[in-house]
Design a protein around this ligand. Sequence first.
Ligand code: NAD
Length: 412
Amino acid sequence: MDHTNPWESAKKQLAKATAHLSLDPLFYATLEHPDRIVEVSVPIKMDDGTIRVFDGFRVQHNNKRGPYKGGLRYHEEVDMDEVRALSFWMTIKNAVIDVPFGGGKGGIRVNAKEMSEAELERLTREFTRKIAPVIGPDMDVPAPDVNTNGKIMLWIVEEYAKVVGKKELAVVTGKPVGEGGSEGRTEATGLGGYYALTELAPKLGKNLVGLRVAVQGFGNVGSYVAQYLEEAGCVIVAIADSQTGMMQKDGIKNIQAIREYKEKTGKLEGCPELANAERIAHDDVLKLDVDVIAPSALENALTIDNAPHIQASIVLEMANGPTTAEADEFLNSKGVVIIPDILANSGGVAVSYCEWKQNKTNEYWKKEEVFTFLQEKMRAAAGGVWDISQQYKVSLREAAYMLALKRIGGQY
Ligand code: NAD
């Protein structure tokens, strides 16, 4: 068995979380088998006139609690098992954070960084045309994920409108503010992770002020969680993107400026705020002597190979599926507390719900309203997960699954 296959990890998590529950076998089978799997070929003309055909996926896992909801990833390693796992985690996550959505996820196997904007637009529009029959505001609502953004969401809105004959802003979330997007969506996942840690740290006997943190992945999620933690008084000892790790023992300062630099240049190297930082291997940031590590990049950041070298006592899983099942078991046995992805990064979809709702009711929510909603959602979810973990003496991940399964299937 491939221990880094996300779908295998997801199924193991489900088996573990339900091992001591008397779950209806039919309900269990429903969770193990997505409702619908859509696989499409996406041929486009490249700028040089050649034709390339890309593989696109949309998995609709479960819609018991509402329309399928989940991001769209453009990455060269996207495959069906990854999308299947991500869609399953969305079903669980949306129930943990308690928004009226089911779970879905999609992706295209493509190296987005090598594509021109015009090529990405043609790719997105053709993919949208292919999946248009199965998406819609009350059916399945995609959103940005790795290497996708608000601009890509607007191409989907436009192309979907051509197919169905009317403009439906609520067909996707993550649109730019002013074009149907919600205030606060960009920051939401990182901010939600900060709220989750704020809620759980005192229960774990920790104070955020002075807490030493290393963040792996410095994209949308990683940069914002680092920024909010810095603002709360944490010491951001290290950050990393896919090329570089940067460490500064007394704390990297002004994360906001670093994010702006990274957004502009696509890299951390050369950023004036990092002039005094030591360069380290990007994967080494997870092994540093810190209190909290926040894997915020992709799956399989924590495996059985590097888990024995983890020194942090808290893992804040901001990425989806960053910990393999084996690493999870190992870290649990060592007493490391893992704040699971299905809780820690659920702030993004909570604010996606705000956007969807605003589009459907033609309302505008101010950023403060959105953040108040997000904070309340994160506080309730983190508190609920904590209480179950205490009551049943299970890990936070198992507790989060138990909370979700109760909401989806009405039973533990
Ligand atoms: P992104 O593309 O903005 O950022 C990903 C970052 O990870 C980039 O900085 C990239 O350089 C870095 N990276 C990749 N491999 C790395 C490695 N080995 N070491 C260090 N850095 C590495 O993507 P994002 O939107 O920030 O998403 C990150 C993760 O969070 C994904 O797992 C995604 O599914 C999850 N997530 C995102 C959202 C959201 O709202 N964007 C919501 C929930 C979960």
